[in-house]
Design a protein around this ligand. Structure first.
Ligand code: PEP
Ligand code: MG
Length: 883
């Protein structure tokens, strides 16, 4: 088997299609080399080696050693330098590179190949002694941290002391002699802490670094990141070994990171940061404040330090040409790392750039309009789940704001919450249901769980490409970074700014679109649904086959759903209408009535209320189907508890309190979810369904008369397990319909159907379809009853189930396609066999989940129904499923 793939110097053993084998970084380095871009020569050890390394107990096979020797020979041949050669030493970088980028999660070692002898060679060869010793100093520090896993605090302290002793503030002020002394100190530190001298053999250095990169795949932070991002542990990481190029060789050298378009807003403008006379990690680490790439960006920010466009116009021109080349080649926005060594441009990385939902949308629509991609590709480019970010409110521009600081608009969206100063507290408070804003001087990979738990992130330091900014954008969390005027004491849990203090628990608001930080909570407004969003939705609608409806039971929700493009109501849960404070007494009277007469008295009070509820909904949904589900009450939720509540019901019903209490006790159930609910209620008390059916048809006729556009009611019977149940309930509904039509002398079209939410219903779907004119899969209950897992109690143990891979995802969020899905498929098949034109939909929570929607497309349902805010997500997911 082959594990080493070369690139650079006119050779490319791989290309962009080899991402699984070479990792994203390795595949793209090979690709860039193959299209003639300037890439320092190197080679990639494949991800397959990582997997084998772990399988064989963390050892390297001899064959790999031979292949690596050949890889090094390739680099030596292209550069004309030799690894470990004191006269003309080759230095390499060693970097990780998984299939998907995991920013800040994995390890990197730079300047590898330096030792006490080669450092002299580097000094002679470069004619810059200071540079050589600074490189050696950096190398020891990085190697000690990443490979030897020594405490990096001691090294930083030694550096600080060296500067202090000389009265310096910047690293760059240290002379060659200072750095030489520092190297001696570093080596002593390594020996003291590690127990062995710093490795002088460059091959030992290399294998140590390769082992560390593979080791970083199993680090705690990498595991957390994989869990949060659904990345399988079996993928492994590749290792990229590449000739070093130096951005720290004086004023004509530089290093930077860039995006070919604005990753936050999506604007078509080069976007990035660079530092003159610096090495890669200086930009990301946020130690020095980076300079802007373009003159426009610098001017917009009111910054003084020259942009790259101004400071190095020629190299900038080359870089801009590379950006265009890459966008045209990859047909996507690219995230790039580059280094300029003595006015020569080198590309170190390109990848498809992470972006906010807003930017993803704009870039997809723009690129389609520019002809770079097709409409279908544009549809595929936008993650439906990420649309969530855009569909939620932003700060009301007219609301008063108490702005206390301003930072960079690192990730858009607005968030208010209680201030917390560490990731653990963020996680704890969020678990208690609190909205929190995580405030840090700067974030590191160790903060990732807190960032995930927080509504928003605020940092005092770091640029647009800082860890906080990149991770927040990836997670869709609003983020303001680099708010330089604030000072944070994490220890005392105080944020200070301009004489004011914010303490732990104080509410702050951040606006990730403007960078503003405000004291207190600020009012919000609804999102803008036109523009790029509207355009992409139109394209999605042209492609999708599945219809999208909404689960809604108030006129306001129905209106939102229609604005979001819902094509009907897929589930109107009538029991939600019964919770209303104004009617709860009548509802309780109905439930607690000891006979039909008592129930009818209560139902007479409820009828006009239901009728007007339905009329309002039908008006909003004019011309569209509305699925009204008859009462499916968890009875216990309606029973009175307080003395006063019993008293109220007693007065309304004209019975004494004790009788009522006895009746309430009789109604107590041990397992209400499997108790007297769904159509079981209609079977025992048909007058309830009769009243509801009457309300539906009266309202439908009222609306038809008023607007001329009749709704299309679909009356749905819940929790059916047998055909006979449905027969009985359909008869009740049909009888009520006929009665109303006769009274009014007019008719409306309607359907009667059932939910499929019990395994028995799925099994007997063929028979049930003889009566049912439509099926709507109630996958909440179907999941509960198929898995035998209580919807209401699952959260206590499901986390452990997902962690241990028993279920890939929470089956109440994303459909258990293998198990529950098989029942759905069976019911679809059997239902269609009986009634070929049977209407099929889904109305469980899964109707708004992209992966479940893909399944619904596969089995050929007619529609999905989701909560109003998820309707656009469902439209896009349905389009992607149809691509
Ligand atoms: C279901 O069970 O999937 C459903 C939609 O009904 P409910 O959630 O109201 O039980
Ligand atoms: Mg249900």
């Amino acid at each position: 088997d082959r594990y080493v793939y070369r690139f650079g110097g006119g050779v490319s053993d791989g290309g962009k299609g080899d991402r699984n084998l070479l990792g994203g970084k390795g595949a793209n380095l090979a690709e860039m080399a193959s299209i003639g871009l300037p890439v320092p020569p190197g080679f990639t050890i494949s991800t397959a080696m990582c997997t084998r390394y772990y399988e064989e107990g963390e050892v390297f096979p001899q064959s790999l050693r031979d292949e690596v020797a050949q890889g090094l020979a390739h680099i030596e041949q292209v550069t004309g330098k030799a690894f470990g050669d004191p006269a003309n030493p080759l230095l390499v970088s060693v970097r990780s590179g998984a299939r998907v980028s995991m920013p800040g999660m994995m390890d990197t070692v730079l300047n590898l190949g330096l030792n006490d002898e080669t450092v002299e060679g580097l000094a002679r060869g470069s004619g810059d002694e200071r540079f050589a010793w600074d490189s050696y100093r950096r190398f020891i520090q990085m190697y000690a941290d990443v490979v030897l896993e020594l405490d990096h605090g001691a090294f930083e302290e030694a550096l600080e002391i060296a500067k202090e002793d000389n009265g310096f503030t910047l690293d760059t002020e240290l002379s060659a002699a200072d750095l030489k002394a520092l190297v001696a100190e570093y080596k002593a530190l390594v020996e003291a802490e590690w127990g062995k001298p710093f490795p002088q053999d460059v091959h030992d250095q290399l294998w140590g670094a390769v082992g560390a990169v593979f080791g970083s795949w199993q680090s705690e932070r990498a595991k957390v990141y994989r869990r949060l991002n659904d990345i399988p542990a079996g993928w492994g990481t590749a290792v990229n070994i590449q000739a070093m190029v130096f951005g720290n060789m004086g004023e004509t050298s530089a290093t930077g990171v860039a995006f070919t378009r604005d990753p936050s807003k999506g604007d078509r403008a080069y976007y990035g940061e660079f530092l003159i006379n610096a090495q890669g990690e200086d930009v990301v680490a946020g130690i020095r404040t980076p300079q802007y790439l373009t003159k426009t960006a610098r001017e917009d920010a009111g910054a003084k330090a020259a942009s790259m466009e101004e400071a190095m116009p020629e190299v900038y021109g080359e870089l801009a040409a590379v950006f265009d080349r890459l966008e045209n080649h990859y047909r996507d926005m690219q995230d790039i790392e580059f280094t300029v060594e003595k006015a020569k441009l080198w590309m170190l990385q390109t990848r498809s750039g992470k972006r906010t939902a807003k930017a993803a949308l704009k870039i997809a629509v723009d690129m389609a309009n520019e002809g770079l991609i097709t409409h279908r590709q544009a549809i595929a480019r936008v993650d439906p789940a990420a649309l969530d970010q855009l569909l939620h409110p932003t700060l009301d521009p007219s609301a008063p704001r108490d702005v206390i600081a301003k930072g960079l608009p690192a990730s858009p969206g607005a968030a208010s919450g209680a201030t917390v100063f560490d990731a653990d507290t963020a996680e704890r408070w969020a678990a208690d249901g609190k909205a929190v804003i995580l405030v840090r001087t700067e974030t590191s990979p160790e903060d990732i769980h807190g960032m995930h738990a927080a509504r928003g992130i605020l940092t005092a330091r770091g640029g647009m490409t800082s860890h906080a900014a990149v991770v927040a954008r990836g997670m869709g969390r609003p983020c303001v970074s680099g708010a330089g005027s604030i000072s944070i004491s994490a220890k005392d849990k105080i944020l200070r700014v301009g004489g004011r203090e914010v303490r732990e628990g104080d509410i702050v608001t951040i606006d990730g679109a403007t960078g503003e930080v405000m004291a207190g909570a600020v009012a919000t407004v609804q999102p803008e649904l036109a523009g790029d969003f509207g355009t992409l939705m139109v394209w999605a609608d042209e492609v999708r086959r599945l219809k999208v409806r909404a689960n809604a039971e108030t006129p306001a929700d129905c209106r939102t759903a229609r604005e979001f493009g819902a094509e009907g109501v897929g589930l109107c849960r009538t029991e939600h209408m019964f919770f209303d404070a104004a009617r709860i007494t009548a509802v309780r009277q109905m439930i607690l009535a000891s006979d039909e007469k008592g129930r009818r008295a209560a139902l007479d009070k409820l009828l006009p209320e239901q009728r007007s509820d339905f009329a309002e909904i039908f008006e909003v949904m004019a011309g569209l189907p509305v699925t009204v589900r008859l009462l499916d009450p968890p009875l216990h939720e309606f029973l009175p508890h307080e003395e006063a509540e019993f008293a109220e019901v007693a007065t309304a019903a004209g019975v004494d309190i004790d009788t009522l209490k006895r009746r309430a006790a009789e109604l107590h159930e041990f397992n209400p979810m499997l108790g007297h609910r769904g159509c079981r209620l209609g079977v025992t008390y048909p007058e309830i369904y009769e009243m509801q059916a009457r309300a539906i048809f009266e309202a439908a006729l009222d609306v038809a008369e008023k607007s001329g556009e009749p709704p299309i009611p679909e009356v749905m019977i819940p929790l059916v397990g047998t055909k006979r149940e449905l027969d009985l309930m359909k008869a009740v509904v049909d009888k009520a319909a006929e009665a109303v039509f006769t009274e009014r002398g007019k008719r409306v079209e309607y359907l009667v159907g059932t939910m499929i939410e019990l395994p028995r219903a799925a099994l007997k779907a063929g028979e049930i379809a003889e009566t049912g004119e439509f099926f709507s899969f109630g996958t909440n209950d179907l999941t509960q009853t198929t898995l035998g897992v209580s919807r209401d109690d699952a959260s206590r143990f499901l986390g452990a189930y997902v962690e241990q891979g028993i279920y890939a995802k929470d089956p109440f969020v994303s459909l258990d396609v293998e198990g529950v899905g098989e029942l759905v498929e069976m019911a679809v098949e059997r239902g269609r066999a009986t009634r070929p034109d049977i209407k099929l939909g889904i109305c469980g929570e899964h109707g708004g989940d992209p992966a479940s929607i893909a399944f619904c497309e596969k089995v050929g349902l007619d529609y999905v129904s989701a909560s109003p805010y998820r309707v656009p997500i469902a439209r896009l997911a349905a389009a992607q499923a149809a691509l």
